[in-house]
Design a protein around this ligand. Structure first.
Ligand code: NAD
Length: 261
C-alpha cells in the first residue's frame, strides 16, 4: 500500500476478474478511488466489497463496455460519485471470443470480439475524456502480444485484429490528447493466469489450421509458465503514476520474453 495515487479517481473496465481485478485492488491500495466496470455476474461486486473492507473507495457499475449509452452513464456515475473528475482510465475489458479459421468465423462472432475489445476501448476513452481533460491524466489500454509480435494461438483472426487495433488507437489517442496532458499507452501481456479461457469458444475446424510450433504454448523463459495478474497490475500502477510522466504513445510488452521464443 501507499499514497502514489491518492486524490486520483480511476475508471477500470473488466474489473471483476484477472488483470482488471488485480489492477483495481492495487490502485485502491495506493489511494485511488476506483470505478469498477464489468458485466453483472457477481464477481465485480466482490471486488467492490473487498476494496471497501480494506478502507478503500470503490463503486461497481454494471455495464457492457460495447454499449455506448451504458458507457456514457457509467463514466458520469463514477465522476459524480468521486468528486466530478476522472484522472486514470484502464480500458482493459476483453474477450477471446470465438476461435475459428477465417472461412468458418461467422460475421456475428467477428463483430462480438471487435465490439467488446476495440469498440469498448474507444467508448471508454470517448466518455471518460470529458471528465479527464481539465486536470490531465493517464490512460492504459490492454492489448496483447497477439496484436503484433507473435501469433500465439490459432483461430484468433478477430482477437488479434482487435488487439492490433487497440495499439493503433492508443497511439492516435496519445497524439490527440497530449494537449490535455493525458498520456495514453497500450500494454501487451503475454499469457497471464486469468479466467479469460472460461468463455472461449473453439470450433472443431480449428484443427485445419494448426501450425507446428517448437515450444509449448504459453511458455515464457522468465516464468516457465504464464505470468500473474499482479505483475501486470504493477505495470498499470507505474504507468498511472507520475513516475511515468514522459511515457506516452507507446506499447509496452510484459511477457517474460515470450515474444522472443
Ligand atoms: P478475465 O476474463 O479474467 O477478465 C476479463 C473481465 O472482463 C471479466 O471480468 C469479464 O466479465 C469482463 N468483460 C468481458 N466482456 C465484457 C463486456 N462486454 N463489458 C464489460 N466487461 C466485460 O480476463 P483477463 O485475462 O484479465 O483479460 C483482461 C484483458 O487482458 C483483456 O483485454 C485480454 O484480452 C487481455 N489479455 C489477457 C491475456 C491473458 O493471457 N490472460 C494476455 C494478453 C492480453
Amino acid at each position: 500500500s501507499g499514497t502514489l495515487l491518492s486524490g486520483k479517481t480511476a475508471f477500470i473496465t473488466g474489473a471483476g476478474s484477472g488483470i482488471g481485478r488485480a489492477a483495481a485492488l492495487t490502485m485502491a491500495r495506493h489511494g485511488a478511488a476506483v470505478g469498477l466496470i464489468d458485466l453483472m455476474d457477481g464477481r465485480c461486486h466482490e471486488v467492490e466489497e473487498e476494496i471497501r473492507s480494506e478502507g478503500g473507495r470503490a463503486l461497481f457499475v454494471d455495464t457492457d463496455v460495447s454499449n455506448p449509452e451504458r458507457m456514457a452513464r457509467a463514466a458520469a456515475s463514477v465522476a459524480r460519485e468521486f468528486g466530478g473528475q476522472i484522472h486514470l482510465l484502464f480500458a482493459n475489458a476483453g474477450i477471446n471470443g470465438t476461435l475459428a479459421p477465417i472461412e468458418d468465423m461467422t460475421p456475428e462472432d467477428w463483430d462480438k470480439t471487435l465490439n467488446v475489445n476495440l469498440k469498448g476501448s474507444f467508448l471508454a476513452l470517448k466518455y471518460s475524456i470529458p471528465y479527464m481533460k481539465q486536470s490531465g491524466g493517464s490512460i492504459i489500454i490492454t492489448s496483447s502480444i497477439n496484436g503484433n509480435r507473435k501469433f500465439s494461438g490459432f483461430g484468433m483472426c478477430a482477437y488479434s485484429s482487435s488487439k492490433a487495433g487497440q495499439v493503433a488507437f492508443a497511439k492516435m489517442a496519445a497524439l490527440e490528447l497530449a494537449r490535455y496532458h493525458i498520456r495514453v499507452n497500450a500494454i501487451c501481456p503475454g499469457a497471464i493466469d486469468t479466467n479469460i479461457g472460461e468463455n472461449t469458444n473453439s470450433t472443431p475446424q480449428l484443427d485445419k489450421i494448426s501450425i507446428p510450433v517448437n515450444y509449448p504454448e504459453g511458455s515464457q523463459p522468465l516464468e516457465h509458465g504464464p505470468g500473474h495478474p499482479q505483475q501486470v497490475a504493477d505495470l498499470v500502477l507505474f504507468l498511472s503514476s507520475d513516475h511515468a510522466s514522459h511515457i506516452t504513445g507507446t506499447e509496452i510488452y510484459i511477457d517474460g520474453a515470450e515474444t522472443l521464443l
